[in-house]
Design a protein around this ligand. Structure first.
Ligand code: DGL
Length: 268
């Protein structure tokens, strides 16, 4: 069983691709919608919330968890992998989204200029700058925090005219810098892909985070076939949220294109 975790709806943009590429596994998706957005919280709180979700998913029988959330990947992944898992969940693993996406950006950026948009905490963590420049110091990384976007998406305001204006403002500095690759450094932003692409006039390659993470996961599973077993019966899909499940079902249905019935859980 594979757990997919996000602060809310953003991870669905990753889950959709994972499920399409690797349908033969069992999945539990957990969105901590009640406490989203994570991106404006302190590192300590993001770690604590993510640790609670990780405990919950492992207790449900997951063998591997994907943090389908850049904020949790930036602020909690390393401590979980290095300190928490060896003591509390030996033999299990948690993977994030930043490294695979950074690797793809490096591969595609022939102009050596990569832009990143993300939550305040992901941008402040400088995780993308570190990850990219560690592998290729000649690549310039331009960053822009977009703290209003996750609340807009969680509230279903994607099509509001004000959203376009807010995005226009956020993208101004990116447009000026003329990067050749743009990383949507927050899984929620997958919901805004088309609008962002239009506002950038199709001039910048916007990375498809879901496809990249799904491909890297397929590769990981092929190398660790003993960690997660393929489903023997009908593969399970379980959806969990910490907030209103009707709202979750509507959003999940919109993204995944089928009826979803989620359950409400409490994380402590
Ligand atoms: N989807 C999360 C991410 O990728 C959103 C974080 C938030 O809740 O602010 O960063």
């Amino acid at each position: 069983m594979i757990g997919i975790f996000d602060s809310g709806f953003g991870g669905l943009t990753i889950f959709g691709d994972i499920e399409r590429q690797l349908p033969e596994y069992d999945y539990i998706y957990l969105g901590d919608n009640a406490r989203a957005p994570y991106g404006n919280h302190s590192q300590e709180l993001i770690y604590e919330y993510t640790r609670q979700a990780v405990d919950y998913l492992f207790n449900q029988g997951c063998d591997l968890i994907i943090l389908a959330c850049h904020t949790a990947s930036a602020e909690a992944l390393r401590k979980l992998q290095q300190e928490y898992l060896p003591k509390n969940w030996p033999g299990k693993n948690v993977l994030g989204v930043i490294r695979p996406i950074a690797e793809e950006a490096i591969r595609l950026s022939s102009g050596k200029k990569v832009a990143v948009i993300g939550t305040q905490s992901t941008i402040d963590s400088q995780s993308y700058i570190r990850e990219i420049q560690h592998q290729d110091p000649s690549i310039a990384v331009i960053q822009q925090a977009c703290p209003l976007l996750v609340p807009i998406i969680e509230e279903g305001q994607i099509q509001a005219p004000s959203t376009r204006q807010i995005l226009r403002d956020y993208l101004e500095s990116i447009k000026e810098a003329k990067p050749d690759v743009l990383i949507l450094g927050c899984t929620h932003y997958g919901w805004l892909y088309d609008i962002i692409n239009k506002l950038l006039g199709g001039q910048v390659q916007i990375l498809d985070s879901g496809r990249i993470v799904a491909e890297k996961l397929a590769d990981y599973l092929a190398r660790h076939s003993d960690l997660v077993k393929k489903s023997l019966a009908e593969p399970q899909r379980i959806f969990l949220t910490t907030d209103d499940n009707k709202k979750f079902d509507r959003a999940a249905q919109k993204w995944l294109g089928r009826e979803i019935k989620s359950q409400i859980i409490k994380l402590t």
